[in-house]
Design a binder for this molecule. Sequence first.
Ligand SMILES: Nc1ncnc2c1ncn2[C@@H]1O[C@H](COP(=O)(O)OP(=O)(O)OP(=O)(O)O)[C@@H](O)[C@H]1O
Length: 321
Amino acid sequence: MAAIELRGLTKRYEDGTGIDSLTFSVQEGEVFGLIGPRRSGKTTTIRTVLGIQSPTAGQATVLGFDPHNDLRRHKADIGYLPASPRFDESATGAEILDSRGQIKGDDRREELVARFDPPVDRRVRNSSPDELRRLALVGAFMHDPALVIMDEPMVGRGVGGPSFDRHRFTRFIHEERRRGVTVFLASRAVDEVWRLCDRVAVLRDGRLLGTEPVESLRHRCGKVVHLRIATAVTASSFEFDGVHDLDVQTVSFAADSRAGCREPEEKTTSRSSVVTDVSFTFTGDINTLMETLSSYPLLQFDLDEMPLETVFRRLSDATAE
Ligand SMILES: Nc1ncnc2c1ncn2[C@@H]1O[C@H](COP(=O)(O)OP(=O)(O)OP(=O)(O)O)[C@@H](O)[C@H]1O
């Protein structure tokens, strides 16, 4: 059974469309990412799927029930981490968890408080946004739900900070997946989605561009490679499988110039009076790339994730073709 199923889910606001005819499903046990640029409809999807707002058309089912009518009865099966958690300012963290526990249960409270270190003894008004997100995270998982829905879980520094960094968060989500928990999360952070998700749905302007396993999407998007080579190199040297958007610039320096040099001592040799800056997007086999590069005198080698906007542009272009 699908954990979440959207069939033509549409939400229009008075002054525009939030989401338009979304149809896709999230399978039980997967970590599924909803990605898209700003105002693409991620939060609208989550709030409509949760029954916080009603759809204009279409339908969502969550763990087999209609969230708009039956959410109350199924609250204990779902955890929710909103993008900006709001709590009673005068309550302590412990009081917040007490009242949630009474509604949904709190079997895992002790374990998660030890792990996330939320501000249990302090009042909400005296706690930082990061601390409150950790409190919300405990609240989302402590009743051991079958499905957890998270909106931008790592926004800003998110649950980061000295006591709970993002690698520990990633490890936690991987552990939850191994326990069989289904996770549906919205994010604009590509590296977060790459680390956490099995599959993604990509939104743009409230419409679904497609759903895809993260591995194949990641492969299609590739990495951005920047090289500085201490010799003249022609573009044809880099015209091999998996190289796209190649840019090659060879620059000559006076023999004693150190301009733009990372390793100044290397620049004083006659060989390094010419450098070539090479950049490209790479979707091929990284071992082949490393083997090719080993034959060049590299001054600099950077391998970065594709910038988010480029990912979305590529996906939009691919969908339009
Ligand atoms: N309550 C609302 N009333 C009117 N319009 C809304 C409302 N909520 C969202 N929208 C509009 O719906 C569209 C989708 O917004 P939404 O917040 O769902 O996108 P998002 O992908 O979550 O954006 P972000 O990444 O910036 O959080 C936007 O054009 C937005 O202005």
